[in-house]
Design a protein around this ligand. Structure first.
Ligand SMILES: [Zn+2]
Length: 347
């Protein structure tokens, strides 16, 4: 049974004036079924501040700068870019916006730390190691450049780091960072408190749910799914008493009226998934590997039909669900075996 989606292709998306000094610009993600990132601009006396920037690609840059221009905004006047999380469809173009305008880039300190690691890693001997290997194999310099160039470049390092509750530098408005870890450790939603709107990034989307995984799979010192579910509750708690709902401005799909209702629905979806997984494990008394568990779970197509990369991501999700059940005392990790295995606990 396939649910009908309201999702429309990028070709049908248009830049929009959302009123109250907020605009949206769809920015394509080439070759990705998600289609586009919704980049938002918020008016300020020093120039617009962007929420996310889009994928780093010439077509995306064209769409962003052209889309802003069609709304009467100039990319060279952007005052700042606040990034909901470090993923390339959000942070990718931030560096080019900064180059064009002198804007600052801000993100949560936890994602900023990851970006610094990625930049260090890309610049380290790892790079030399790979290009050396290619050269020694007889690749000519242009081929070495081509191969090295296909690796994704890390996002630009931020100039400012945000923590939970910080106000973004936006004169005359109140835009507050709400730390919502789960999809990434430093994911933030941005609450435009003077207009009762919430920029939700990937945290709360109207139809799909973000990927929540653990990498490496066998880490036991973090609980991203537990964090994500708490972050969903946090978003529900933002609605002021005198209001029925806060409007959600997500980074993908479409704008929707009630962020708390959708957050509760996503939380319910994961609670059910955890219950089903626990029931599955209870039927199989022997300890199972993460891979075995992933193959038993329900995905959007049969396990055997999943492309290898998607199997890898499914295993990451399975690991996150196992870890969440472990944190709740419902599953135990069998230590001292390789690969690591999990087993249901009676309760
Ligand atoms: Zn993302």
């Amino acid at each position: 049974m396939k649910k009908k989606t309201r999702r429309r292709p990028y070709a049908e998306q248009r830049p929009q004036d959302l009123g109250g000094g907020v605009w949206s610009v769809p920015v394509p993600i080439p070759g990705n079924p998600l289609g586009y990132t919704l980049v938002y601009a918020v008016e300020s006396p020093r120039g617009p501040v962007l929420v996310d920037a889009g994928w780093n690609h010439p077509d995306a840059w064209e769409a962003l700068s052209g889309g802003l221009a069609s709304l009467g905004l100039d990319v060279s006047e952007v005052a700042g870019v606040v990034v909901t999380h470090f993923h390339p469809d959000h942070a990718g173009l931030a560096g080019q916006v900064r180059d064009a305008s002198g804007a600052w880039i801000a993100m949560h300190e936890s994602d900023a730390a990851l970006v610094r690691l990625m930049i260090e890693y890309a610049a380290s001997e790892q790079d030399g190691f790979q290009s050396d290997m290619l050269r020694r194999a007889g690749a000519d310099p242009s081929e070495v450049r081509d191969v090295m160039g296909t690796r994704p470049t890390p996002p630009a390092a931020p100039d400012r780091e945000l923590r939970d509750g910080d106000l973004v530098d936006l004169q005359g408005r109140k835009l507050r960072a709400v730390h919502t870890p789960g999809h990434t450790p430093g994911h933030i939603c941005l609450h435009l408190e003077d207009a009762d709107r919430l920029f939700t990034g990937d945290h709360v989307l109207p139809d799909i749910t973000p990927h929540i995984g653990i990498y490496p799979y066998d880490r036991d010192d973090i609980d991203p799914l537990g964090d994500f579910m708490e972050s969903l509750d946090r978003v529900g708690e933002l609605v002021p008493l005198e209001l029925d709902a806060i409007e959600a401005l997500p980074a993908h799909e479409w704008i929707f009226p009630d962020v708390a209702a959708r957050a509760a629905e996503i939380r319910h979806h994961h609670e059910e998934k955890l219950d089903r997984l626990r029931a599955l494990l209870a039927q199989r008394p022997e300890p199972l590997t993460i891979w075995e568990v992933a193959a038993m779970m329900t995905w959007n197509r049969p396990w055997d039909d999943l492309a290898p990369m998607l199997k890898g991501m499914a295993a990451g999700e399975a690991a996150a669900h196992l870890r969440a059940l472990e944190a709740r005392g419902q599953v135990r990790r069998v230590s001292g075996v390789d690969p690591v295995r999990f087993q249901a606990l009676d309760s």
